[in-house]
Design a protein around this ligand. Structure first.
Ligand code: ATP
Ligand code: MG
Length: 475
């Protein structure tokens, strides 16, 4: 039997073992900690799951008291679990249990059980490994389902019949695909087939939990792995039908368009190399989301996706609402990225003029760098000459942006001349002319006729006022 005592040196583990010895209960570390330890996955240790053949709440309480008087224990009576935080690690305690499931809910009926019962209820063989903490067996690895072999072969497999495992708790289907993506594992054939046959069951899982798993897939180093598996198993059509609809190519008169699903996945993978920002990665997933609904075949132009950026912008909040993703500034950010995603490309296709760059900076504001990151990821052409040309143009756009940024502060544009000043200068009550002058000043700045400063804007205001036959107040 493998022994891992050299690797579990944290004093909390010793303390848990000592308290368990005194109580006469067997206690183990289970789940992700054991898996990641054996995988040599160097992650910041954030949470450890402890299972005891007895009361998890009682054990947590006693260990906490032994570690430091007054250490706060959070108790969840309805789950029979407890946890405390020590050394910035969450230690979570649960009593070993048996579970039985009903058809309509993923919440099981729970009874006390043995360690083996507890290992059987776990989702994958690699997550069912346990390390004993009692002093006489400290560090012993218990592996009833040969999870170590699956770890070596990088395989995800359920401990029990996969159809039952997934039907009992369909969230496990999402977890399988999430782990396959995060760990770069392959889902074993029968397990994968069972996800396909049980995919409809995902409907009994709360949207929050599903989105949580999508977000974890999205934050992996190569999210496309997960999205391809979601598609293959039929889950994608159920949880993200809009993304599913991107799939496929149509040909008319011998003219085809690209498969926007695979293109999108390439963009998501590409952007993931350059950013860990979850919402920027979501923007990559959704940038072309309205292509299927805006697609037309024009005899002259071929395939068009007219205004897909604006239609897409409107689809985003509907999707976020359904998925129970935040509807605050995160959603607005994604909308903005979707709506602006073609601007830098269009700009770099034509001559990169100062005024076009200024307008882009004005519309994107502080999100300009994220927008450029998205657009660079969007260049997935297989033609190396095209790629070189686009990248060079983007470089030019970036340089111009920097240059203009230094000359005119346009990122968070504040009109250099206020409506009040206009009213004051021409002795006006609120009226249409104020708006006309204000937007004329903004346009002049964006066109580069004047710089973004008070002095030039003031002179321009006087000129516009004269054109409108306004007279300045004598003082
Ligand atoms: P990570 O924390 O890296 O996401 P983990 O494996 O620790 O991975 P947790 O969600 O923290 O995942 O769960 C801890 C353990 O609890 C898992 O390793 C697994 O044994 C078990 N588990 C969690 N959720 C389920 C589930 N839905 N069905 C069966 N077992 C589960
Ligand atoms: Mg965990």
């Amino acid at each position: 039997m493998q022994n891992l005592k050299e690797h579990i040196t944290h004093l909390v583990f010793k303390q848990i073992g000592a308290v368990s010895d005194r109580q006469g209960n067997d206690t183990y570390i289970v789940g992700g900690f054991v898996r990641d330890l054996l995988l040599g996955r160097n992650r910041q240790l954030s949470d450890v799951d402890i299972v005891t053949v007895g009361s998890g709440i009682e054990l947590a309480t006693r260990v906490a008291a032994a570690l430091r008087p007054g250490l706060k224990v959070s108790v969840f009576h309805n789950f029979g679990t407890a946890m405390f935080r020590y050394d910035e690690i969450d230690f979570e305690f649960v009593g070993a249990r048996r579970e039985s499931y009903r058809l309509e809910s993923r919440k099981p009926i729970v009874e006390d059980g043995t360690l083996e019962d507890d290992q059987q209820r776990r989702d994958f063989t690699i997550n069912a490994l346990a390390i004993c903490l009692n002093s006489n067996r400290f560090g012993d690895l218990l592996d009833p389902f040969d999870g170590v072999t699956d770890l070596e072969n990088r395989i995800l497999k359920t401990p029990l019949a996969p159809e039952i495992t997934f039907s009992d708790d369909p969230l496990r289907m999402m977890r399988a695909i999430r782990f396959a993506t995060q760990l770069d594992f392959v889902i074993e054939e029968n397990t994968l087939a069972a996800i396909e046959s049980q995919s409809k069951r995902i409907e009994i899982v709360s949207k929050e939990r599903v989105s949580d798993e999508i977000n974890k897939i999205m934050l992996s180093s190569k999210p496309s792995v997960g999205f391809k598996l979601l598609e293959k198993t039929g889950l994608l059509a159920l949880i993200l039908p809009e993304v599913q609809n991107l799939k496929g190519r149509e040909t008319i008169n011998g003219i085809g368009h690209k498969d926007n699903f695979y293109h999108t996945l390439e963009v998501v993978d590409r952007i993931s190399k350059n950013t860990d920002n979850l919402w920027l990665r979501w923007s990559a997933l959704l940038h072309d989301i309205a292509k299927p609904v805006t697609k037309r075949f024009d005899q002259r132009l071929g395939w068009t996706f007219h205004a897909h950026n604006f239609v897409g912008e409107r689809m985003v909040p509907k999707m976020f609402e359904r998925l129970k993703l935040p509807l605050n500034e995160k959603c607005k950010f994604v909308q903005k990225m979707v709506s602006l995603h073609m601007r830098p490309i269009v700009l770099s296709e034509e001559e990169v003029t100062d005024s076009a760059v200024r307008r882009l900076l004005f519309d994107a504001g502080d999100d300009i760098d994220d927008l450029m990151t998205l657009c660079e990821a969007d260049i997935t052409s297989k033609n190396p000459d095209k790629v070189i040309k686009y990248m060079a143009n983007f470089q030019l756009v970036r340089e111009k942006l920097k240059d203009i940024e230094e000359r005119d502060a346009l990122r968070n544009f504040q009109p250099p001349v206020t409506g009040e000043l206009i009213m004051e200068t021409f002795d006006l009550k609120p009226c249409r002319e104020i708006g006309i002058i204000k937007s004329a000043i903004k346009e002049a700045i964006l066109e580069g006729e004047i710089h973004n400063n008070y002095e030039e804007a003031y002179q321009y205001m006087l000129k516009k006022g004269a054109e409108l036959k306004l007279v300045t107040k004598e003082n």
